[in-house]
Design a protein around this ligand. Sequence first.
Ligand code: GUN
Ligand code: ZN
Length: 446
Amino acid sequence: MSGDELARVYRGTLAHSTRQSALCVLADSVLGVNARGKIVFVEDGQNVDRLSQDWGFEPSDVEQLGTYEFLMPGMVDTHIHAPQYLYSGTHLDLPLLDWLSTYTFPVESRYEDLEFAEDVYNKVVKRTLCNGTTTACYFATIHTDASLLLGQIADHFGQRAFVGKVCMDLNSMVPHYKEQAQESQEETLRFIHELLERKYAHVKPVVTPRFAVSCSSSLLSSLGKISKNYDLRIQSHISENKSEVELVKKLFPNCASYTDVYLKHDLLTHKTVMAHGCYLSDEELKIFREKGAAISHCPNSNISLISGMLNVRNVLNHKVKLGLGTDVAGGYSTSMLDAIRRAMDTSKALSMQDPHLQPLTFKEAFRLATLGGSEALMLDDCIGNFEVGKDFDALRVNLCVPGSPVDVFPGDGPEVILEKFLNLGDDRNIVEVYVAGRRVVPFHEP
Ligand code: GUN
Ligand code: ZN
């Protein structure tokens, strides 16, 4: 089998983003996927007879989408803490630094126990997949074996994922939840080697210094070198909360800014995604732009922990790569639909304070959750929209399922259907999820 033969053909409405347009709704289109999970054609529905001859499929092989159905690209969660899923929806009553030492570090320390880790990691992968997250960029914990287990579970359920073994050697406040710099570096190398050796098709390691507060200069430097030597992505946090920014100034007096800390340690590259960035100056955004580094906007977390409000318009104006993140469990929702809604709320709240600020549109938020996320993770050559040649990472959405949280009315056109889904829909409407052409929701379970 060459893999080039056709595996599936859909006819109906497609919605996706392109570089030129935040939202293209293609009514009555046909989309073909080959056996390797690649999109091989996207054409007007009128051309189905010619396509069936060219590609050798029967008109009866075409899967016809209903009037209130559409396909959209899978969503990309550019920042999520898998271990924190245990307490998502709770513990939202403290600001960041107290929240970390009171709730997060004690919970994360428990992931030395692999049975415990297996339970939570199974649940978070399944929950995010059901909610339409086809790609997740995960923080795990400092524990190498549990981090490898997260990779194994993402692979098992067919989710595309980056997994980071967390590195932290300073300021933990929880004595049994920190590492020595040397140990952190060695375990990061072990994690990278073992994960790469497993040759998972869609699960890869990401170098993960927790944030500048938790890492010594020597640890940051060694992680910068590792990411360079192995050509890996990097993820961390930046400028999330004012007290954190002040602390970083004190901890790194020789650095001009928070951004400069990562820059000086070779951690700000075109393969870097930094979460939050609420308090980045225009000068810092220019450095992000020059380096090709991305920001993960995590609006639920920013509000839930009363951290700040990212000015998305300003980031977009600086042409910095931008995706959305749930930041579970600082953000209480695992759903990227929630991230879309919260991103729009934050942007509208900021525009109340400054009427010159153009609020984010639902189309722009849709792009951030799909194509924007793929750009932030340097995956836009492979996923993010329905361009021919990309992998078929997609959601089949149906607004007319039993128990649907959304009502539709005669005359609701395809764009209205999409907007209603983004604002009102949930996992009940996500009837199928595909990653690289493989159907991963509903789950294949015994
Ligand atoms: N900064 C450092 N660690 C964390 C974390 O786990 N969550 C959030 N929101 N910010 C952080
Ligand atoms: Zn985070």
